[in-house]
Design a protein around this ligand. Structure first.
Ligand SMILES: [Ca+2]
Ligand SMILES: [Ca+2]
Length: 186
C-alpha cells in the first residue's frame, strides 16, 4: 500500500524546479515517527506493537482467519522482548489462557517458523521439554501456562486442529507502521 503511494508520488515529483532540483523529497521512517494520533481499535498498543486478543476458543486455522478478517495475522514474536511485553500485559490482566501464535512446523516437521515472516523461531521462551510433537501431531505453537506448576507464559506445540483440547484464544498483530514524509519546495 505504502509502496504504491510512493511510486505515485515519485511520478508526481518528476516535475523539476528551475535550477534542476527535484521539487519533492520523500522520506520513509519506521513507526509513528511524528507521533500522529492513531485510531487503532480493536488493536491495543503494547510497547511498539498493536495487538488484538481474540476471546473465542478456536483451532489454529480458524484463529488465523479471524486475524485476516482484521487485515492482521497471528502474532509473531520477532524477539523474546516482544514476547515478554505481551506476556506482561496478559499477566497484568490476570489472564492464564492459551493463545495461538503464528508459529508452526507445518512446512517441515521439526523446523519451527513464524508463518508471517518465514523466519526460523529462535527463542528462549519454550516451556521445558518443548516443542515435543507429542503423538506426532503437534505442529502449531501457542503461548500459555504449559504445565500445572508453570509460573509464567511459555511456548508449546499443540495439534493445529481436530483436537478438542487445542481450541485456544488467539493474538492478532497489526501490520507495522511506517511514516511517509514529503518535503516540497513551495
Ligand atoms: Ca511481532
Ligand atoms: Ca507439545
Amino acid at each position: 500500500m505504502i509502496k504504491s503511494a510512493v511510486i505515485f508520488i515519485v511520478l508526481l515529483a518528476s516535475t523539476k524546479v528551475s535550477w534542476g532540483h527535484e521539487k519533492f523529497t520523500i522520506q520513509i521512517n519506521e513507526g509513528n515517527a511524528i507521533n500522529a494520533v492513531l485510531k487503532s481499535e480493536p488493536f491495543i498498543k503494547i510497547n511498539d506493537g498493536y495487538y488484538f486478543f481474540g476471546r473465542e476458543s478456536l483451532n489454529w486455522y480458524e484463529a488465523y482467519e479471524k486475524c485476516r478478517v482484521l487485515d492482521s495475522e497471528l502474532v509473531t514474536f520477532e524477539t523474546d522482548a516482544e514476547f515478554d511485553f505481551v506476556a506482561s500485559y496478559l499477566m497484568a490482566n490476570d489472564s492464564r489462557e492459551n493463545y495461538w501464535t503464528s508459529g508452526n512446523d507445518l512446512g517441515k516437521t521439526g523446523t519451527h517458523k513464524w508463518f508471517t515472516s518465514g523466519q526460523i523461531i529462535s527463542t528462549l521462551r519454550w516451556a521445558v521439554n518443548q516443542p515435543d510433537n507429542a503423538g506426532q501431531r503437534e505442529h502449531c505453537i501457542h503461548m500459555g501456562y504449559i504445565y500445572q506448576n508453570s509460573k509464567k507464559f511459555e511456548l508449546n506445540d499443540r495439534p493445529c486442529a481436530q483436537d478438542n483440547n487445542s481450541l485456544f484464544k488467539y493474538i492478532c498483530e497489526a501490520p507495522k507502521l511506517e511514516t511517509l514524509s514529503i518535503v516540497v519546495w513551495k
